[in-house]
Structures are given as structure tokens and as C-alpha cells.
Design a protein around this ligand. Structure first.
Ligand code: 1PX
Length: 215
């Protein structure tokens, strides 16, 4: 029935959420960005308890952004562009070192943004992988190429251990619940360019405003 289908979790729906992120004039909606991450966290949790230390951090960052969005200045947090402008114009961002605004929307979103690059690289590897490819290796390679550069040694170690217990490619595809390998590849071919686009627009915005190293 429709109800059961609705409850059935599919990674397709999650990745589709990222399509909703872009407005007509290429602004990124915080609401859909955050919803995309919520879905990813749900997916990650379904892989097992080992991943909760990773998802906990993502969840708390999602919550910070949702609180801004639902707060009294929520209208300024509709898009990443308006958020950054509002926080900068009102000195709500710690720019060089942590100070009175340790949890600004801009610095919080930057953490998810860096993780989005990992996701883009990982999904692209998954898309072009073969039956005997190892998810742990694809995941680690994508991580080492991106997010790891922003993490201290201890986190890198812990992440490395989590990758080792990732389920293999067949189980991974099954949990994605998209269909056979061919359908997964098609879905990813559709989703990855979208995620790249959202990533690139955010990256350019942060670069233009000199915010890529926010503490
Ligand atoms: C089909 C593939 C879908 C997979 C979906 C998996 C979603 C992954 C969600 C990962 C979100 C990670 C957010 C990390 C943000 C971050 O970098 N936080 C650090 C810095 O924050 P701070 O506030 O201190 O400046 C924080 O220190 C992070 C701690 C947690 C460890 C992060 C390890 C990241 C590994 C990412 C790879 C996830 C592998 C999941 C396998 C599916």
C-alpha cells in the first residue's frame, strides 16, 4: 500500500532532496540542504551503531541550523547566501578564532559543506565501481582527498576504523533500496552532478567572502 511504500527508505529520495536546494537564481535553500543531511544521517544509522559518533556530530550541526531557521531571525536563514550576508553584516561570525559566536550558522554549515565534498567523491566512486570494489576503500579514498584535511589525527583514526566495518558493496546497494546495480548507477549519475553543483555554489560563496577557514 501507499503507506508502506512511504515508510520504505530509499536513498533516491534523499538525494532528490538536494535537487530542491537550488532556487531559480542559484541560491541554496537551507531547509532542503538540512533535510538532505537528515536523510543521509538516517541512512548512515541504518548501517549500524559504529557510525553513531559520526552521525551525532552531523545531527547537532543540523539542529543548530534548524534552530536559526525557526528562530526570530529565521527569515535571514532561508538561503545560505542570505545567512552569510546577514551574519557578516551583523558581526555574528567568529572570523579568526573562536569567540562570542562559536556556533554561527556560517561556520556550522561550513562543516557540512566540507562533508558534502566527501559525499560527492564517494558517490562518484560508488557509481563507477565494479562488483569487486570495496566500499571501505572508496570511502577512505574519498575522505583522504577531502574532509580528512580538516580533521585532527584522533578523528581521522576513528573515521578510518569506522570505514573498515562498512558493509560490502552488495549490502550497501541493498540498504540504499534503489533497485539493482544498474538502477543505482543511473540514480547516482543523476544525483552526483546535482550535489556537485550545490557544493560548487557554496564553495564559491565562501571563497568570495573569505570564509573557507572559519574556526
Ligand atoms: C550512499 C552513501 C551515503 C552515505 C551517507 C553518509 C552520510 C555521512 C554523514 C557524515 C557527516 C559528517 C559531518 C562531519 C562534520 C565535521 O567534520 N565535524 C567535525 C568538526 O566539527 P567542529 O564543530 O568540531 O569544528 C567533527 O570534529 C567531527 C566529528 C565526527 C567524525 C567525522 C568523521 C567523518 C567521516 C565521514 C564519512 C562518513 C562515512 C559514512 C559511511 C557511509
Amino acid at each position: 500500500s501507499a503507506v508502506i511504500e512511504e515508510q520504505k527508505f530509499s536513498l533516491q529520495e534523499v538525494l532528490d532532496t538536494f535537487k530542491l536546494c537550488l532556487s531559480e537564481n542559484q541560491d541554496v535553500y537551507v531547509e532542503h540542504y538540512v533535510a538532505g543531511w537528515r536523510g543521509l544521517v538516517k541512512f548512515m544509522n541504518s548501517l549500524g551503531n559504529v557510525f553513531t559518533f559520526i552521525s551525532k556530530d552531523a545531527v547537532s550541526k543540523i539542529q543548530i541550523l534548524v534552530n536559526f531557521l525557526n528562530g526570530e531571525n529565521g527569515s535571514h536563514y532561508v538561503t545560505i547566501q542570505s545567512m552569510v550576508k546577514y551574519e557578516l553584516d551583523n558581526q555574528l561570525v567568529d572570523l579568526d578564532k573562536r569567540g562570542s559566536h562559536p556556533e554561527s550558522g556560517s561556520r556550522t554549515l561550513l562543516r557540512l559543506h566540507r562533508a558534502l565534498r566527501w559525499l560527492e567523491l564517494f558517490l562518484e566512486r560508488l557509481r563507477t565501481s565494479t562488483e569487486d570494489s570495496k566500499t571501505s576503500v572508496m570511502c577512505a579514498d574519498a575522505y583522504n582527498e577531502s574532509l580528512s584535511q580538516h580533521h585532527p589525527w584522533l578523528i581521522r583514526k576513528a573515521a578510518g576504523m569506522a570505514f573498515c566495518v562498512l558493509p560490502g558493496r552488495p549490502t550497501f546497494f541493498e540498504v540504499m533500496n534503489v533497485g539493482g546495480a544498474e538502477r543505482v548507477v543511473d540514480m547516482l549519475g543523476d544525483a552526483v552532478p546535482m550535489i556537485s553543483k550545490v557544493y560548487q555554489i557554496t564553495e564559491d560563496l565562501y571563497a568570495q567572502n573569505n570564509l573557507l577557514e572559519l574556526p
